[in-house]
Design a protein around this ligand. Sequence first.
Ligand SMILES: [Zn+2]
Length: 767
Amino acid sequence: MLLRVFTALFFSLALPLGLGAQGVPSPLSHFGFEMGEDRKLADWVQLTVYFERVARASSRVTLDTLGPSTRGRPLVMLTITSPENHARLEELRAIQKRLSDPRTIGGEAELSRLLDRGKTVVLMTHGIHATEVGGSQMAARLLHRLATSNDERVREILDNVILLNIPSLNPDGLQWVVDWYRRWVGTRYEAAPLPWLYHHYTGHDNNRDWYAFTQVETQLAVRKAHNVWHPHILHDIHQMGSMGARVFFPPFIDPYEQNVDPGLIAGVNQLGAYMAAELTAQGKRGVVIHDRYDAFTPARAYPHYHGGVRILSETASARVATPVRISQDDLRASRGMDVTTPSWNFPWPWEGGVWGLPDIVDYMEAGALALLTNGARNRRYWLENAFHVNRRAVEGWDKWPRAWVIPAGQENRAGLAYVLRILTTGAVEVHRAQEPFRAGGRSFPAGSYVVPMRQPFASFAQAMLEIQRYPDLREYPGGPPIRPYDVTAHTLGLLMDVEYHPVAEAVNVPLSAPIDIPDWEFRLPGALQGEGAPRIGIYKSWQEPMEAGWTRWTFDQHGLAYDTIRDERMRRGDLGRDYDVILFQSQSPGSIRDGFREGVVPPDYAGGLGDAGVRALRSFVRNGGRIVAVEEASDFVMEVLELGLSNAVERLPPDRFFIPGSILRVDLQEDHPLNRGRKSSTPAWFWQGSRAFDVLDPRIEVVARFGGGDPLLSGWLLGAQYLAGRAAVVQARVGEGSVVLFGFQPDYRGQTVATWPLLFNALAGAP
Ligand SMILES: [Zn+2]
């Protein structure tokens, strides 16, 4: 304590005298423990104070607040480079801007001058998944090293690299996880799971937001770091499970999304392999490359469409900050390696033993330093590579059209604004046609939106607008499909129900300057507007699924009123007094009914609806209430209300039926009130949690069916015949009340504008 008081006093005196780097506080003096001690975690308040103190004391470091997080905490970025580079930071940023847009460079002499003077720009992001606690702790230790060390390696990094370091992409979650851990450390609930989503709206899905840009953390990072600095390298620092390799670096496995420039793929490969080589050289065992993680979805890889490489690292976890003991028998092989046998991509297996936060932070810091060293030593390569990527985009690829045209005057203004918002936030230039014109054999009205495809970030536009044809990858010929790491479709026009067209020739019409990022524009289907909207309750379990969080986001964006219903309220009964309709997002029957087992979490957070809650729900419906249930939760409703329905695709093995996140055509019963606002069919999202119903009960009416033939619109689908014609949305009367069950996901990650009307209509009231 005395030391800390003294340190604070020293700073208050020393800083005005400009004593500089020797006054930089160490993590030990600030926090009272080293970063990466077992059972010790710094929280967000302590970390941000530390960053401020270092930034004030060091001429190598500045600190900026990018904006408030979802729940109002500061999202901060540290800029770390030599004092000489800090003095010319604006010039260095201007060089990046020029190199990112080859159209602005006059000739070879100017290019050569820019390449000589520029620096490698690295963006490092930590802790987006808040229970992966090592990253943000490591950020403080790395900061201290870079602010104080004068060894040759650090000097080389500071001279050649501008490091933009976002020490937490999820400050809310970090604070919650640390508070929760501290509350229970030393008790039988030490390292118990956090019983709510660690991002208010998205939970773990927060790193699936790098094209939809729905969350403020994503928006701030894209607008204030990526689009300002055009980083050559993104180091995205994560943790994985405990039982495999100790750390993963790229190369990624196939497939890459097909619009990623080959120069970036090769750049990822060399940098990831270099990091693995450095750690192995230091004697760190258990380093794997080319395993599990692919690079298909743009939702996780913003730089791959903006001239940069994404280096994902995944370090093995402990139990939050509590060490684990792992025997060799506990270790588990992965797709790309046998955990006990050396191989080309896993040359030195880990032998088992104790693994904890000290190891995690050591491995992470070694990876970060290896990445920065590569960035520093290959400065010229990184600048040239990014320039060539962007120049190829400006020259256009043969596989791309010359432009995409989005007709003006579309009815679906919410979807249109969403698509334009995504493109412009992704730094794509979108213009408005100033006159009517013809292109590609079609007429377009004045005001139509034109996306010319010879521009630096055209690959982003192409990836977002075109249809995905995911490759048919199998474990072996004729064998089961290779499961994608995430999903296989992202076509905006289908998700958001917006019309647009590729045009093969240059568009010949006067164009406006590029438009600005439009605001959200949500126009609701009539059902939920105005006075006497139904009283909606959204069920929130202590095991809340991410889908429920996304729906909370969708409701908040639309300004819709709703109440959050917890198990305790359900069990109390008399639900009709407070609610007209209750929504269950995708959640398994066991999880809804039983929640966490006692002993796994503290007693206040154990259990689910229980028998009392189930009885209360039955009586709610029979007395006129309405339940809307999505995907897995429909199993729960079928059970408790004894509906004659089954899931037609439940027991099919993946080599016969497999849809790992795709967009399908769903045919709608015409003139049905639940389909108001939609045409005769709609694109809809289908993935692992989705269902297709066989209806065995005459009380049940089919509202929508999966399309016949091949319903696949974008992505990957095996076994179309098992879906064709099966019920996708059903409605049933039960007593005085009713239920609606969705087989597909009507609110996929806040993006499926196409099926929002169906969800809102279902919530709006009795048939
Ligand atoms: Zn993660």
